[in-house]
Design a protein around this ligand. Structure first.
Ligand SMILES: [Zn+2]
Length: 851
């Protein structure tokens, strides 16, 4: 309590003191030597207020508090300065937005002051005769050197200057200037500038050891350091050479010790990466807080945050993942701040031992960047210094996937040994695995097929907030060859992968122009793996969407219409063979007929192919290609050119609902091609935006209402404008997202899909799942405490939704109980009672079903 605290402080203060050490640690309280008493002084907005003299410092501190409360209403200042704040004053938390704006204001004031002091110096110097011979060059603010004094036009060396400015602190009594942070400028000339009068002091930085420096006019210090002819003194310093000269390039990099280490590691890193054909460079004259350099390879560019570390204690290495947040203090990096984090491990002589190279999405997945408000310390364990406790080693084992051992590297101009080279290239390959880019390799811009649309779509989904970040995309693994040969002839598949198809077959596919064959094969195989993964996720959760897929023209032994491998057919074949499903419906609503899928699955009674398309589009009667257009789906509905929304939607509704009822599939693969859109470059149907959205709504909800899992792929779409195209392809994702979001709120027995299902399927506990669900619904981050009514409702929904998925197992009972208990711990007694009775509701349902 304040009184007790006061008493304790008073006792401490009132110990018998040694003569001459009557110091007080209270704010604003000083020992006045002449009066032999304590004095309280409040400095506020540039003015000093005195409150008199006191025999003990506690009284003085109380007087200080009273005065400060009287003149200042800013709660931040009160919290910071008061000696005995009340509970309310001490617990004041400034809103983040206000802290931010205050920080910005302060930093803009500071930078304005920087500019002003440089101008001041420049002005004084320009009047001196030396100005014809020398010049003062401003150095960008990130460097420790503020300015360089050098011979005019010199590109070689100059005298480094450190500028400090101040205004008169006390207008009432005496002329006094205070300069902050004045120590540690060895090797520079410290230039102290009084902004409100025409005075400049200069001294070599090595002669100043005080962190803050006071200069009283007329004092010894003032007389020794005051400079009247700026040019003359600077030229003298320059000629004498007591302060070493530095080249401009060094001045730009002139930093603290740890930065010098980073410079050293940067140089080594650049030469290592250079040996595998990558360029690590600093963008000219740009010094960002969060990006140190740029790594470029072919047309790719990554923004790099570099860290260098020597061994910390216990044989481990580490890096502090934080950036400066102004007055907010150190902050965690955001995921978008940089693309790669490279941590160099150095030995005592700064030789590079190895590097960790982490893509930012990997760090985000581990919550090391992005989600924290505070900064993070990342402990790193290279292979040669693994932690002894097996649990710790296991916890950090993921790091080793991102490590390159460089101990055998002999330095600049030497080659890497083969094994380091291999692990480095492997890491770089992983960088190209960015989910947004996986489906979109390098591609000729003039090509009819818009290969870039997959990347555009992924980016749009993140931009629109449907997916929180790139790391939240579920990404497919490299698929085995056996999958493909289930649907394709082995000879054709090999030919495609190994680039040994004859030109005629390449022309049929439409990919005669392909800058990087390997990249094309990679993305095509991944696309198929992506659709299969989507189908598996749909089986698990009810609904899932791919950001690619729908390659329905690819036949068993040849590709066609910009499709080489048929993802719909491969997915069906694999799932049927595995016995995961016994009936699959392929609902193909692309403007083009799904001829390849129809051909491959013709004999499969377990797969039903439905295609609603325009009968005046490819593959029918296309440029005299008579071999095309003969493959019949199980149900083909050809619409005439120019068919609009109404007929289109009623046709789908009739045939799809019919097929769902008659065939009763275990899974629907939905090809949501957007080339039906009226503005599409190739499609001949005239479907409006509204019609497109209604189609997605109709298909997705038809399946969900019948409790049939549905996996959506994006299908075809052609537009020269990438934004338009991505936006159209986004329709199916938007509708799916909405269906997903809303379905959580259905407490009745209807097919419940939703965030809960996803989050619990990701292996998180129900409590966590609830938090995340609730947070997504509220469009905010997870909060440690849920409002009780919401939690209560969600717990019942969770129980119900898990029931509906047939996921009732023995462990669920326990997990729900734990979730309730954990929630109850943060509640009051009355709320806890309420909690217990509420928990019973879902339990009753559970028990009924389990028994
Ligand atoms: Zn199409």
């Amino acid at each position: 309590r304040t009184e007790t605290l006061c008493l304790v402080r008073w006792c401490l203060r009132d110990r018998p003191k040694k003569a001459g050490s009557c110091q007080s640690t209270f704010n604003g309280v000083h020992w006045h030597r002449r009066h032999q008493r304590f004095q309280a002084r409040v400095c506020f907005e540039g003015r000093c207020h005195y409150t008199g003299y006191f025999s003990n410092d506690t009284e003085a501190a109380c007087a200080f508090d009273a005065k400060l409360r009287a003149i200042c209403t800013d709660p931040v200042r009160l919290k910071k300065s008061l000696n005995f704040p009340t509970k309310a004053e001490a617990s004041y938390e400034e809103p983040l937005s206000e802290r931010r704006s205050r920080g910005l204001k302060k930093s803009s004031q500071n930078s304005a002051k920087d500019v002003e002091s440089f101008q001041h110096l420049q002005h004084r110097f320009s009047k001196s005769p030396q100005a014809s011979e020398f010049e003062i060059v401003n150095i960008p603010s990130q460097s420790r050197v503020d300015a360089l004094f050098q011979p005019r036009g010199s590109k070689s060396v100059g005298l480094p200057l450190q500028l400090k400015s101040s205004t008169n602190r006390n207008k009432n009594s005496g002329e006094c200037y205070a300069f902050q942070r004045t120590s540690g400028y060895d090797g520079m000339v410290l230039v102290l500038i009084a902004l409100d009068c025409d005075m400049i002091w200069m001294v070599p930085g090595s002669e100043v050891s005080q962190t803050s420096l006071w200069i009283t006019l007329g004092s010894k210090r003032d007389k020794a350091w005051r400079v009247s002819q700026v040019g003359l003194v600077l030229a003298e310093y320059f000629r004498k050479g007591t302060v070493p000269h530095v080249p401009l390039q060094d001045a730009l990099m002139q930093c603290g010790d740890n930065h010098i280490v980073e410079e050293h590691s940067h140089a080594q890193l650049a030469s290592v990466l250079g040996s595998v054909g990558l360029r690590l460079h600093r963008p000219p004259n740009v010094y960002y807080d969060v990006v140190d350099s740029v790594l470029s390879w072919q047309e790719h560019e990554w923004r790099v945050q570099e860290k260098a570390t020597h061994m910390w204690s216990h044989g481990r290495y580490g890096a502090n993942l934080r950036k400066s947040g102004g007055c907010l203090g150190p902050r965690a990096y955001a995921q978008t701040d940089f693309d790669i984090l490279i941590v160099s491990l150095l030995d005592v002589s700064d030789r590079l031992l190895g590097i960790f190279l982490f893509p930012s999405c990997v760090l985000a997945k581990r919550r090391l960047v992005g989600n924290n408000h505070k900064s993070v310390q990342l402990y790193l364990y290279p292979p040669w210094s693994q932690p002894k406790p097996p649990a710790v080693a296991a916890r950090h084992s993921w790091q080793l996937d991102h490590f390159v051992d460089l101990r055998s590297w002999k330095g600049k101009d030497f080659h890497l040994d083969p094994s380091s080279m291999e692990s480095l290239t492997e890491l770089l390959d992983k960088l190209l695995d960015n989910p947004a880019q996986a489906y979109s390799p390098e591609w000729p811009v003039t090509h009819r097929f818009p290969m870039w649309k997959f990347k555009d779509l992924a980016e749009l989904l993140v931009e629109e907030g449907l997916v929180e970040s790139f790391s939240d995309f579920v990404t497919p693994q490299d698929p085995p060859d056996e999958w493909f040969t289930l649907a394709h002839e082995e000879e054709y598949y090999r030919g495609f992968v190994e680039n040994s198809l004859d030109p005629v077959r390449w022309r049929r596919i439409g990919f005669t122009q392909r800058p990087d064959h390997r990249a094309l094969v990679r993305r095509t195989r991944l696309e198929v793996a992506g659709t299969l993964l989507t189908a598996r996720l749909a089986l698990e959760t009810g609904l899932a969407c791919n950001t690619a897929g729908g390659t329905h023209h690819a036949h068993r032994a040849w590709g066609s219409g910009y499709t080489a491998l048929n993802d719909l057919a491969v997915t069906s074949k694999v799932l049927l063979q595995e016995g995961v499903v016994s009936r699959i419906l392929i609902c193909d609503l692309d403007v083009h007929q799904g001829d390849g899928t129809a051909e491959i699955l013709r004999e499969d009674a377990q797969a039903f192919t439905l295609s609603v398309h325009c009968k005046d589009n490819f593959p029918f009667g296309f440029k005299g290609m008579t071999h095309l257009g003969h493959d019949k789906s199980d149900l083909d509905v050809g619409l005439a050119k120019g068919t609009g929304d109404e007929v289109f939607l009623s046709t789908i509704s009739e045939h799809l609902l019919g097929a769902l009822d008659d065939f009763r599939p275990d899974l629907v693969l939905y090809d949501a091609g957007v080339d039906i859109h009226v503005d599409d470059d190739l499609g001949n149907l005239c479907i409006s935006w509204d019609g497109l959205r209604k189609r997605e709504d109709l298909v997705i909800n038809a399946c969900l209402s019948k409790r049939i899992p549905i996996a959506c792929v994006i299908g075809g779409g052609y537009d020269r404008d990438p934004r338009h195209l991505a936006h159209r392809h986004g329709a199916v994702h938007r509708v799916a997202h909405e269906a997903w979001r809303l379905s959580v709120r259905l407490p009745d027995g209807s097919f419940v899909v939703g965030d809960l299902a996803v989050h619990s399927s990701r292996g998180t506990g129900p409590h966590d799942a609830l938090q995340r669900t609730w947070a997504t619904q509220q469009r905010c981050r997870p909060t440690p405490q849920l409002p009780w009514p919401q939690l209560r409702k969600d717990l019942s929904t969770l129980a119900l939704s898990l029931l509906n998925f047939g996921r009732v197992d023995a462990g669920l009972h326990r997990r729900l109980h734990d979730a309730g208990e954990r929630a109850a711990r943060s509640l009051s007694r009355a709320q806890a009672r309420d909690c217990c009775s509420a928990m019973l509701e879902p339990y009753k349902v559970l028990i009924r079903v389990c028994c």
